[in-house]
Design a protein around this ligand. Structure first.
Ligand code: UDP
Ligand code: MG
Length: 317
């Protein structure tokens, strides 16, 4: 199978049928074998009955039905896990992404990339509640992860199967897929794609998402940079605070014994004790982190690297 289209849907009864028709029309000229995997993320409207009806007529349609609403990230992860194509394209189920962009994504992928992400341009969403927070988030994520993209929020992207199967997604991390893939060694590119206003159904998100994105960014940044060496960050913080605390304590000790000053009531004494204790705690936390990192990798035989290719020796000398 050449291509798997993964579509997470939650209460999108009106959008599904037109979307599948449109996708078929966009993919037909490519002459590739493909499947459309619709992941029903515990919808409670007519989505499921419509999917069972479409499943009878659309031969390329595969339906993965989740037991309850697990959220978009989980739905995408379920779709990736069940995809059989060599290339996987993720796409929103509300019709805001345009399936006609898929050939463009695939062409870019063929230039030698492992992941091509869409950049919704121009973006058809409200300014204050969506485009503004989103542009701040994009700048922040690009800066912190070093993967510079204009649009992290775009679901429409094409990923090579080996890269996609390697992703472990939690929380609301589907938006960090390019950064996570990059950390695993994928070559990432971005191209402009069409974006359409939502014509049917309602958006599943509000402004509250912004805060969750920032929190998830912390997790991603930590995991990408320090997951295999937690002591480097916690130990550094611990050494810094501990050293400052120790210096302050020495200063106070000198004042007491050399000059006979009374240090019992000095706020500085509290600060010194606080810094030393925090310093110890940071270092201990880092050591615990090191143990967790080992448990994580060794318990599931998960290497700390990703191999691209091996050219075996053709002859033992
Ligand atoms: N979605 C999902 N599970 C959820 C929320 C959303 O599968 O819990 C799907 C939704 O049906 C849509 C896609 O994720 O296909 C993007 O959602 P939405 O269009 O509401 O997000 P927006 O475009 O407003 O950012
Ligand atoms: Mg949408």
């Amino acid at each position: 199978m050449d291509l798997s289209i993964v579509v997470p849907v939650y209460n999108e009864e009106e959008s599904l049928e037109p979307l599948i028709r449109e996708t078929n029309r966009a993919l037909a000229p490519l002459g590739k074998s493909y499947e459309i995997i619709v992941v029903d993320d515990g919808s409670n409207d007519g989505t499921y009955p419509i999917l069972t009806r479409l499943h009878k007529t659309e031969t390329c349609l595969k339906v993965v039905c989740l037991k309850r609403n697990f959220g978009q990230t989980a739905a995408v992860a379920a779709g990736l896990a069940h995809a059989q194509g060599q290339v996987i394209v993720a796409m929103d189920g509300d019709g805001q992404n345009d399936p006609k962009d898929i050939p463009g994504l695939l062409a870019k992928l063929d230039e030698g990339f492992d992941l091509v992400s869409g950049w919704r341009f121009p973006r058809q969403d409200p300014l204050w509640s969506r485009r503004l927070p989103s542009s701040v988030a994009n700048a922040l994520i690009s800066w912190m992860t070093q993967v510079k993209l204009h649009d992290y929020g775009c679901t429409l992207k094409a990923i090579r199967s080996d890269t996609a199967k390697d992703l472990k997604l939690y929380g609301e991390m589907h938006r960090f897929i390019p950064a996570i893939a990059y950390e695993r060694g994928a070559r990432v590119a971005e191209i402009k794609v069409h974006h359409r206003p939502r014509l049917r159904g309602k958006s599943k998100y509000g402004i509250a998402r912004t805060f969750r994105v920032v929190l998830d960014l912390l997790t991603v940044k930590f995991l990408l940079s320090y997951a295999t060496r937690p002591l480097h960050i916690f130990g550094l913080l611990g050494l810094l605070t501990g050293t400052v605390g120790l210096l302050v304590a020495l200063f106070l000790t000198a004042q007491k014994f050399l000059y006979g000053l009374d240090i019992g009531g000095r706020p500085l004494l509290l600060l010194a004790v606080l810094l030393i204790v925090i310093g110890f705690q940071f270092v201990t936390m880092g050591l615990l982190g090191e143990m967790l990192a080992r448990t994580y990798h060794e318990s599931q035989d998960k290497p700390i690297y990703a191999v691209k290719e091996i050219l075996e020796a053709r002859r033992a000398v």
